[in-house]
Write a protein that binds this ligand. Structure first.
Ligand SMILES: [Zn+2]
Length: 578
């Protein structure tokens, strides 16, 4: 608590408010005059840093390739030939020979979870699916974190827990009779708890399902089985964190010492933190990182809209948080909300029912078409209230019904000036594909984790017709929509070259390499309203760039995932060097 309030106070005292401006509008305005091109002949500018003998893929359609780039402090003052860059050299200029290596604009990962990796006492190795292996690890975690308070972990496979043939709650009760425990599955869309946890959460066999989630039950008896699906699990984890008073100092140290270096190592220079839990104070952790100049990438924060909160209270809190706008590399300018759940839990909102019941015995639901975290009407209310403040929305939408409702909500309530995004887009009604461009809504998709082995599950739950048209990258690209690719880390690999390879090598609806690179750079910059600032390498823009160990256009597509980043530069500063 102390930390948050001191951070809050210092941000007010220093008055470090809104340098980048107000979300949607800021970067869509032209590049400011002082960041313009090389000065006229009379007063040549000199570079602080030059990289020459490079293969620079600029993402600027007027000048797709170049050999050399000159940077003065944090901005690009020249992009062109080795010969042309000479005029910017003075004695103090650092001249670097790239020896033919490829340069790209920095990667935009417009959907990742950089700050959710604290508070957990253990993570499970789920490479083996047998439940005994999982239980052994939980026993070890209990011994490593002794006591009677909460035991909090993550990363089990829900499927292996559900298939153990015994109530998941009893499995945990057996090894943890003495303390409450909560474990998040590897998709983050369900929590596994024991009896003591249910007791502390105030849940019993007569409890009703919360908004946006449901309580797993034994079909025969109706008793709780210890699996809390979707928002039922989110609420539970929040309460557990509150009771252990998850350590904000730990959150900060993990962010600065582990997470940010990982992003830099993978060449990620901009991200959208896709679900910032403001009730836990996670936005203050970002503010602290900005104020202590520890940020090594540009960050937009997407504050989580909790389904279970009262609208009046929540809208006021979100508006208040927007006013904490930091500086330079950090903006608090997005809201994250979920329209629906996930196909794996049969909670993604569909037009036609799922073909199976979830996990056989979780609940008996005839004609289950999934659920909503937010209804279309409530989305409209939030848009109407929060767009004028400057917020853009990142909307989780997976099923065809959820996606349709999200588009309807934007069509009805948005001014049309904002840069909203729909993310995941697993199953889209083909009739809705053209609406993204029409409504200026970015289509954001993750394909890095696409897995042939998982496909059988989609065939069972959705049927072949629906299962075989998931994630329609090419149709969205061809429709003219602003298409982005992202990691959703830690759900799948943070390495953008894993997703890039997948996008160009998947068996259907693949992108060209050029399109995939655009999806990770300039399109991401557009989605975050900063395409006038970054996203391509052109004179006047900020120096956010990466150097690679190979030229993506000269290697086999199968090898794209092996690409290594040699150097990452953000705002003219080298933040990673191999
Ligand atoms: Zn996510």
């Amino acid at each position: 608590m102390k930390l948050w309030s001191s951070v809050y106070k210092s941000s007010l005292v220093l008055g470090v408010i809104v340098l980048l401006g107000c979300g949607g509008q800021a970067a869509s305005s032209p590049v400011p005059q002082q960041t313009g091109g090389p000065a006229p002949s009379s007063a040549p500018e000199f570079a602080s840093h030059i990289i020459q003998n490079a293969k620079i893929y600029t993402l600027n359609p007027q000048q797709p390739w170049a050999q050399a780039i000159a940077i003065k402090d944090n901005r690009i003052i020249f992009v062109g030939s080795n010969e042309g860059v000479k005029q910017f050299v003075e004695q103090a200029t650092q001249v670097e020979d790239a020896k033919g290596k490829m340069l790209l604009p920095g990667i935009h990962d417009v959907h990742s979870h950089a700050i959710e990796n604290y508070g957990f006492q253990f993570s499970l190795d789920n490479s083996r699916e047998d439940i005994e292996h999982t239980l052994e690890q939980i026993i070890a975690a209990d011994q490593a974190n002794p006591g009677f308070g909460w035991l909090i972990g993550y990363n089990h496979l829900l499927e292996s827990v559900m298939q153990a043939g015994i109530s998941p709650m009893l499995l945990l009760d057996d090894i943890l009779p003495h303390r409450p425990a909560i474990i998040m599955d590897n998709s983050s869309h369900s929590m596994w708890v024991n009896s003591l946890a249910l007791e502390l959460l105030g849940l019993d066999d007569h409890s009703a399902d919360p908004l946006g989630g449901f309580l797993g039950r034994e079909v025969k008896t109706g008793k709780l089985n210890g699996i809390l699906f979707d928002n039922a699990g989110n609420i539970a984890l929040d309460l557990a964190f509150k009771q252990i008073q998850a350590d904000r100092e730990e959150a900060y140290q993990v962010l600065v010492n582990f997470t940010l270096p990982e992003y830099a190592r993978y060449g990620i220079t901009s991200t959208l933190d896709a679900r910032t839990f403001w009730q836990r104070g996670d936005h203050y952790t970002w503010l602290r990182a900005a104020e202590e100049q520890a940020l090594t990438m540009r960050v937009s924060v997407a504050l989580w809209a909790y389904p279970e909160l009262d609208d009046k209270q929540q809208l006021a809190a979100l508006k208040q948080a927007y006013n904490l706008q930091a500086e330079d590399l950090l903006r608090i300018d997005h809201v994250k909300l979920y329209m629906d759940g996930v196909v794996e839990n049969t909670t993604a909102a569909l037009n036609q029912p799922y073909l199976i019941k979830p996990w056989g015995d979780v609940r008996a639901m005839p004609d289950n078409k999934g659920l909503n975290y937010f209804t279309q009407t409530r989305l409209e209310k939030y848009l109407t209230e929060l767009e004028p403040i400057g917020f853009d929305f990142l909307i989780h939408a997976i099923g065809d019904r959820g996606i349709h409702q999200a588009l309807n909500g934007i069509e009805k309530a948005s001014s049309g000036k904002n840069r909203h995004q729909l993310t995941h887009l697993q199953l889209i009604d083909p009739k809705d594909i053209a609406r993204f461009k029409g409504l200026n809504v970015t289509a954001d998709i993750q394909v890095a984790g696409e897995d042939e082995q998982l496909h059988h599950w989609y065939l069972d739950s959705l049927g072949a017709e629906r299962a075989n048209r998931q994630h329609p990258l090419k149709s969205l690209q061809d429709s003219g929509a602003n298409l982005t690719l992202s990691s959703d880390w830690t759900v799948s690999s943070l390495n953008p070259f894993v997703g890039m390879k997948k996008a160009v090598t998947r068996k259907y609806q693949a992108l060209t390499l050029k399109q995939a690179i655009e999806a990770y750079t300039i399109n991401g910059a557009y989605a975050l309203s900063q395409e006038a600032l970054v996203g391509s390498l052109e004179v006047g823009k900020r120096a956010d760039l990466i150097m690679l160990d190979r030229n993506l256009f000269e290697i086999k597509a199968e090898h794209i995932n092996q690409t290594k980043v040699l150097k990452t530069m953000v705002d003219g500063m080298v933040v990673y060097q191999k």
